[in-house]
Design a protein around this ligand. Structure first.
Ligand code: HEC
Length: 208
């Protein structure tokens, strides 16, 4: 959330509160409990923070075997071993012990399919041969955000795929969501994985 505008954060909280953006595990309940003033103050604070790289995106054919453990996080299987990544994104901590202790400076590795970053770059820059439009039109030249359209450079790849899906199926349907409807309407799962791999690999502080 670092560096997003206070107004964008406020609008998301309004959407979570009304249920137009559905995230019943956590955010709908949290947003419902906050006053407008609390949301405004939190948004102002996040807007002042500088984003930094949090996820390293790595193309891989084989990945460590893993399981989903505490805190909804995926960890490498204690016994070791590798498995095929296939057409998935698998995220593991860079340092399992620091992440378990919730060290906010210990990030993650997102394994993505080979070739996905290059494919994603082409899609993002040209709109995938007529399927979509260049994302920079709204998200800014370096995908670092434009006005209250949010930064997407350096977001977590799984988060990106989830948002694209949710714009497409209407789970995320707040005030400004219609602007994303058209760009995602013809995207396939493969396109979403490729776009997420590329966009997630960009440095959030300079879009490179
Ligand atoms: C017509 C303008 C427009 C275009 C083109 C566009 N976006 Fe967006 N995008 C938006 C707006 C506005 C939002 C915020 C929507 C909301 O408030 O829910 C958004 C949100 C997002 C989000 C969610 C960000 C977050 O922090 O939750 C992602 C991911 C995203 N866009 C990816 C893309 C990609 C990838 C492309 C190109 C294929 C693209 N967008 C093209 C306007 C656009």
């Amino acid at each position: 959330m670092a560096g997003l505008t206070g107004e964008y954060i406020r609008r998301q909280m309004v959407d979570f509160k009304s249920g137009a953006r559905k995230e019943p595990n956590r955010m709908n309940t949290i947003a419902a409990a906050l006053s407008d003033e609390e949301v405004r103050q939190a948004g102002e604070w996040f807007a002042k923070l500088k984003p930094y790289a949090w996820t390293k995106v790595v193309e891989a054919t084989m990945v460590p075997k893993s399981f989903v453990g505490a805190g909804r996080m995926r960890f490498a299987q204690p016994g070791g071993g590798m498995e095929s990544l296939g057409n998935r994104i698998i995220t593991l901590p860079q340092d399992q012990s620091r992440v378990t202790k919730r060290d906010p400076h210990s990030g993650f590795i997102a394994y993505v399919p080979p070739g996905s970053m290059k494919k994603g770059e082409a899609f993002v820059k040209t709109g995938g041969a007529g399927k979509s439009v260049a994302c920079a039109i709204c998200h800014g030249d370096s995908l670092q955000g434009l006005g209250n359209v949010p930064r997407i450079a350096g977001l977590h790849p799984i988060y990106i795929v989830r948002q694209l899906h949710q714009f497409k199926d209407g789970t995320r349907n707040g005030g400004d969501a219609p602007l994303m409807k058209k760009p995602v309407s013809q995207m396939t799962d493969d396109d979403m994985i490729a776009v997420a791999a590329y966009v997630g690999s960009l440095n959030p502080s300079n879009g490179k």
